[in-house]
Write a protein that binds this ligand. Sequence first.
Ligand code: PBG
Length: 334
Amino acid sequence: MKLRPRRLRLSPGIRIMVCETSLESSDFIYPLFVTHGRGIKQEISSMPGVFQWSPDLLADEAKNIAELGIPAVILFGIPESKDPIGLENFSENGIVQQSIRAIKQSEPEMIVITDVCLCEYTDHGHCGILNLGENKNPALPEGYVLNDETLDVLAKVAISHVQAGADIVAPSGMMDGMVAAIRKGLDALHFEHIPILSYSVKYASSFYGPFREAAQGTPKFGDRQSHQMDPANSREALREAALDLEEGADMLMVKPALAYLDVIHLLKQNHQETPLAAYNVSGEYAMIKAAAANGWLDERRTVLEVLLSIKRSGADLIITYHAKDAARWLKENQ
Ligand code: PBG
C-alpha cells in the first residue's frame, strides 16, 4: 500500500496538524429572548437551558457571555401587548430597545444584533401586514402577507433598534425588498455605518417549533409558505442571496443549518467574499437536548460535531443556543 491515510491519524499531535476546520467562540452569536418585568429568568420548556430574560438581568448575562469569548448576541423580544401592526416593535421603550440599552450599558463592546420581523409583535402572529379589512386588495388572497406595506414597518423597526444602540440589524421576514428598504431608512438618518445581516435564505421549516413557543410568535392561522422558501429548492437560494447583496446586505444567512448544509456550501462557493452566517435553530437544539437527556447521545461531543459541520460546510458565523456550552467546552479542550 503506497497510500495509508491512517499515517496522518496516528497521534493527537499529527491529527491537529492536518485538521482542516476549527471552531472558536468568536464564531458564535448567542440568541437572547427578552421579556417585560423584573427578575425574570424563565426557562423555555422545549429548550432546556434557554431562558426568557427581563432587562434588569441582562447586565449579568451579557458579562457571562462576554467572558466566554462570544462576541455577539441576537435579540428576540416578547412584547407587552400585540396588535395588527405590532406597535411595540418600533417603540422607544419596547422590550428590545430596553434590552439593547441594558446590554450596552454593561458590556459596551458586545455586538448587539436585532431580529427585525413582525411576527412576535402582531396579534395574528404573521411576519407582515395582512390583506384584511376595508383596504383589502381583492386581487390577493384574504390574509396574505402584504409585501410593500410591510417594508415601511420593517424600516421603522430597524431604525428604532439602531437608535437604541443596536450594532447590526437582521431582517428575518423574507419580504421582497426588505434589505433595500431598511438600508434606505437607515441611510436617511445617517446610519450608513450600520451593517445589515440578512436572513437571505430562510426556509419554511418545522425546525422553528420550539422558537415559536419561546418567542410566542406562532401564526394564529395558516403558515409562512407564501414568503419563506420551499425546502425543495437550492438554486433559488442563490437568487435570494444575489438580490440581497444587490440591495446592500453586508452579510448573508442560511436558516436552518443542519438540514441545509448543502445550501450553506452553495452560498459560500458563490459568494466567498461575503461573511456567511448559519442559524442552528431551536428544533436542532431541542433534538440534541432531548436525546442527551435520555442518555442516547453524548451532548458535548454531538454539539461540537454539529457546530463543526456547519463551519466546515462554509459558514463563517453560527447563531446557536449551544454557544455558551460550546465556548466553555472549547476552552476546556485547549
Ligand atoms: C422570525 C424568526 C423565527 C426564528 C428566528 N426569527 C421564527 C419563524 O420564522 O417562524 C426561528 C429561530 C429558531 O427556530 O431558533 N422572527
